[in-house]
Ligand binder design. Structure first.
Ligand SMILES: *Cc1c(COP(=O)(O)O)cnc(C)c1O
Length: 399
């Protein structure tokens, strides 16, 4: 082992510890759900993206088991080299219908859908105009493209600032294509992008729009079809990204749009071309998850009832939920060290709710990010609130 590398790694991690930015993942010992056991302790889990409780839904589990019997556990190859099974094709057709678009291409994650799609549709004659709070996987996808995109060159607008976006568009006339890219639901703040305004500005200035609906999938729109459905913007958003890993409960991502878009991504989407297909049991489980979403309104109703209840409880108790509009409910703390102490104290009180600190959010904007789901009971939420109140008293008393 190279001592230079090993010393560098150790020092880097120590520097993060010193700044309260060091992460230690806990180990889940039960299936995802509202109450779980982690690191040997029973806790209310307020940090899961399993919005609809589909990660351990009986119908979805059974579909995966049946698919193992029928297809085995692996696709055996990259999609275009013989890894596309009937079940992948069926999943994409189902997703296209669900999203009300011409075509869908599935990837092995939302992250790779971003890094596959964004560089594939851009050249060095193009520009990408981004919201400053876009998700890391959007940023990485954009960095892989030869287009202009840098903040220092003025192509990143302040969060949801439509005047800022219009200013970018006014200056972008010289580029061949102009792409506006935004989270549909912002992953650390839980607010919704002003998509109707973004689409109207795109149309005014001849730009196209890509929306990353990872946290809107299964949460907003008809049966959870996302922000395009939520705002009734069908046919006006060129590229929609969805994840299959959060509300849909399994893993994967997809790009939804026109048939020419899918055709092109099959030719040039590098993770599609160079990374093995989703396991068939995953595709089958996802088809079952879509069946539940399209036929059983209860999980989404429960998700939103719990969301309203949880936000109401927090606000009534005087916590700042930072303008969140969706199940993602940040509880503002500010200081990184304070956020990490809060997380540890909540854990002691039987609540797993992760602190989110720099670099995931800006320095000094640390928060505890909570996510109610259909898998929580009223009692779970009440227990979580009591823990938040007790922790606030305890930490304030110790100052
Ligand atoms: C989680 C997330 C992704 C990545 O999705 P995965 O399927 O987990 O890889 C992409 N974009 C946003 C906005 C996300 O929140």
């Amino acid at each position: 082992m190279n001592p230079g590398l090993q010393d560098w790694l150790t020092n880097q991690s120590q520097a993060l510890r010193d700044q309260n930015l060091y992460k230690v993942p806990k180990i889940l010992e039960t299936p995802a759900g509202g109450r779980v056991r982690m690191d040997g302790k029973e806790v209310v889990n307020m940090s899961s993206n399993n919005y609809l409780g589909l990660a351990n839904h009986p119908q979805v589990r059974q579909a995966a088991l049946d698919a193992i019997e029928k297809w085995g556990v692996g696709a055996g190859a990259v999609r275009w080299i013989g890894g596309t099974m009937k079940v992948h094709d069926e999943l994409e057709q189902r997703l296209a219908r669900f999203k009300n678009v011409e075509a869908v291409l599935a990837f092995t994650s939302g992250f790779t859908a971003n890094s596959g799609c964004i560089p594939a549709v851009l050249t060095d004659k193009d520009v990408v105009i981004s919201d400053e709070l876009n998700h890391a996987s959007i940023i990485d996808g954009v960095r892989l493209s030869p287009a202009s995109y840098r903040k220092s060159e003025g192509w990143v607008y302040a969060h949801k600032d439509m005047d800022g976006l219009e200013d970018c568009l006014r200056r972008a006339g010289g580029f061949e294509k102009r792409m506006i890219i935004t989270d549909g639901v912002f992953s650390m703040d839980g607010d919704i992008a002003p998509l109707p305004d973004i689409v109207a500005l795109a149309e005014k200035y001849g730009a196209f729009v890509m929306v990353d609906d990872a946290h809107a999938s299964g949460v907003l729109g008809k049966n959870g079809a996302g922000t395009t459905s939520h705002f009734d913007l069908y046919g006006r958003v060129d590229i929609q990204l969805g994840t299959l890993s959060k509300a849909l409960g399994v893993v994967g991502g997809y790009i939804a749009g026109s048939a020419p878009l899918k055709d092109w991504l099959v030719q040039r989407g590098r993770p599609y071309l160079f990374s093995t297909a989703l396991p068939p049991m995953v595709a089958a489980a996802l088809i079952a998850a879509l069946d539940v979403m399209e036929n059983d309104p209860k999980p989404m109703q429960r998700l939103w009832e719990n969301t309203a209840a949880w936000k109401g409880m927090l606000q009534e108790a005087g916590f700042d939920t930072m303008g969140s509009e969706t199940p993602i409910t940040p509880v503002y703390v500010g200081d990184e060290g304070e956020a990490q102490r809060t997380e540890r104290a909540l854990w002691d009180e039987g609540v797993y709710a992760l602190s989110i600190v720099f670099p995931t959010v800006a320095r000094g904007k640390a928060r505890i990010r909570t996510m109610p789901s259909a898998a929580h009971t009223q009692a779970d939420l009440e227990a979580a609130l009591e823990a938040f109140v007790r922790v606030r008293e305890r930490l304030m008393g110790s100052r």
